[in-house]
Ligand binder design. Structure first.
Ligand code: PXL
Length: 277
């Protein structure tokens, strides 16, 4: 009997916008994996809109996941994304201590900000706490803004040199691997993959489309987590995830859709099925 691998996805549920759990669930499921959500907050829409309803789920998270423990549930990977408070980051570390074993992997997307600024719900203390959480990760997937905050480096835009990318990654302590996403270079988007132990580095570049879509990082990290859970190595997983994002961006751009609403992944999910990428 073939078992279905499981991903514990710790992220918010934003009802309107393709981000966080609203993309993690379909992407992970489309790849034949079982996505088990642990919500961190429930929002009407993401915080990039001027107005949003935000229901913090901090107090519920522990009793929720303790039932998973009581019911002897286990996971092949643990994937964390948007977190709404310092306490929540601590709860996620406890979650990892409870569910990490010697086989499963931890993917931390340190969702903190974009374009050089932290998201409106993100405090300085949360930033410090995130530096602790990333120590548990097999891989983290910061964008240039998040990498700057995590490495205490001045943000100077998305057009950074590989030397600067490497310098920032070297300053980040804890995770085994870093995939620094969204570096811009002429008409390319570069993902800089850095192994903090062997110092090995890989550059994965794709064609850029000059529009920013909300939740693109969540789409990339969800796919990356799923490919890793399926057993692809990090380089293959980054290549396939980056290719998927490029296809989704091209499709969304072609359809002239609102960039605040995120990537129109619905008609691209078939690409994730088995050998389509
Ligand atoms: O895509 C990152 C993200 C996730 N969740 C929420 C957000 C954002 C970015 O704005 O607001 C609630």
């Amino acid at each position: 009997m073939e078992s279905i691998k499981r991903v514990a996805a710790i992220n918010d549920l934003s009802g309107f916008c393709r981000c966080s759990l609203s993309v993690a669930i379909p992407i992970i499921s489309a790849m034949g994996l079982w996505c088990c959500p642990l919500p961190t907050a429930i929002l009407s829409n993401h915080t990039g809109y001027d107005d949003f309803f935000f229901d913090d789920y901090t107090e519920k998270m522990e009793p929720y996941y303790k039932m998973w423990k009581t019911n002897n549930v286990n996971f092949d990977s643990i994937y964390t994304g948007f977190l709404g408070s310092v306490k929540q980051i601590d709860i996620v570390m406890d979650f990892i201590k409870n569910f990490k074993n010697d086989k499963n992997i931890v993917v931390v997307d340190p969702v903190m900000g974009d374009d050089g600024v932290l998201y409106s719900t993100y405090t300085k203390d949360m930033q410090l706490e995130m530096k602790k959480l990333i120590k548990y990760a097999f891989v983290i997937t910061p964008n240039v803004t998040e990498c700057s905050f995590l490495s205490d480096t001045k943000y100077e835009g998305e057009h950074i040199s590989i030397d600067k990318a490497r310098d920032m990654c070297k300053k980040i302590e804890g995770p085994k691997n870093i995939v620094l996403t969204g570096i811009r270079s002429k008409d390319k988007i570069i993902n800089f993959v850095y192994n903090t132990q062997t110092k090995e580095e890989t550059i994965v570049s794709r064609n850029a489309v000059d529009v920013y879509y909300a939740g693109t990082g969540d789409v990339f990290s969800s796919a990356l987590c799923a490919f890793l859970t399926k057993g692809f190595n990090l380089k293959e997983s980054v290549e396939k995830s980056a290719k998927f994002v490029e296809e989704a961006v091209k499709h969304t751009f072609m359809c002239k859709l609102d960039n605040k609403e995120g990537l129109a992944i619905e008609k691209c999910l078939n690409l994730l099925w088995e050998e389509n990428l």
